[in-house]
Design a binder for this molecule. Structure first.
Ligand SMILES: Cc1cc2nc3c(=O)[nH]c(=O)nc-3n(C[C@H](O)[C@H](O)[C@H](O)COP(=O)(O)O)c2cc1C
Length: 207
């Protein structure tokens, strides 16, 4: 059968069947755990961060901040607050990043949108990574208090996710339990996600 979306990677096409013609980069992006022992050159790393920089945010507050770890010393420090289950695979990624968001506005008021906006920055980074031939994998599994302490995160900033960034590696190098899971996963259909006029009302013809 002809693929509806052109430009899907072979591994992705085997697991993801889009029903509508979304740009391929959105379907091709997924979160592998196997990373190749290949460094990311600085221009590429900065380009991916530049994509995150231009994410939209409420009142253009840009609440996101990134702390990058790309030396052995810095990556080891990150591994002290990342959950063990995540460290097993993410320690091979050449770059780890903490994405934190500022919870207040310039004049000290609560910014209700900080986490939402940090999510937009993460999505931009992940999609840019995909377009640059990299893979990004977000992790919520880490000790936030310890991250705050070890990375000297100031008050008023909240750690959101740690991101593993690198080139996709060989699944065979993962611990056996993770090898099985090393494939793109599926999604709930749009028909169960998008409603017409009010919550729960089906959109005619949407699959
Ligand atoms: C906020 C957030 C937290 C996540 N935390 C973890 C995590 O701690 N460990 C992990 O292996 N994957 C984690 N993931 C990856 C998700 O499981 C993954 O994005 C989801 O299953 C969809 O798969 P895909 O990204 O491959 O499309 C996280 C993703 C997000 C966005």
């Amino acid at each position: 059968m002809k693929q509806l979306v052109e430009g899907l990677k072979e591994q992705v096409a085997a697991h993801r069947q889009p029903n509508y013609d979304a740009p391929a980069v959105f379907i091709n992006r997924w979160s592998p755990r196997a990373f190749a022992p290949r460094p990311i050159d600085e221009e590429t790393l900065f380009a991916v961060l530049e994509a995150a920089r231009f994410a939209p945010s409420a009142n253009n507050l840009q609440p996101w901040r990134f702390i990058i770890a790309r030396t052995d010393v810095d990556r080891d420090l990150f591994c002290q607050f990342i959950n063990e289950g995540n460290v097993t695979w993410c320690q091979k990624a050449p770059v780890l990043l903490l994405l934190a968001s500022q919870t207040t506005t310039e004049d000290g008021r609560n910014n209700r949108m900080h986490a939402f906006d940090a999510g937009a920055a993460w999505a931009s980074l992940a999609l840019a990574a995909e377009m640059k031939g990299l893979a990004a994998h977000a992790m919520g599994g880490f000790d936030r208090d310890r991250a705050r302490e070890l990375l000297a995160l100031p008050d008023g900033f909240e750690p959101q996710v740690v991101i593993a960034l690198g080139y996709q590696g060989d699944a065979a190098d993962l611990p056996p339990a993770l090898q099985e899971r090393e494939k793109p996963n599926g999604r709930r259909p749009l028909a169960e996600t998008v409603f017409e006029g009010r919550f729960g009302r089906a959109v005619d013809g949407l699959v």
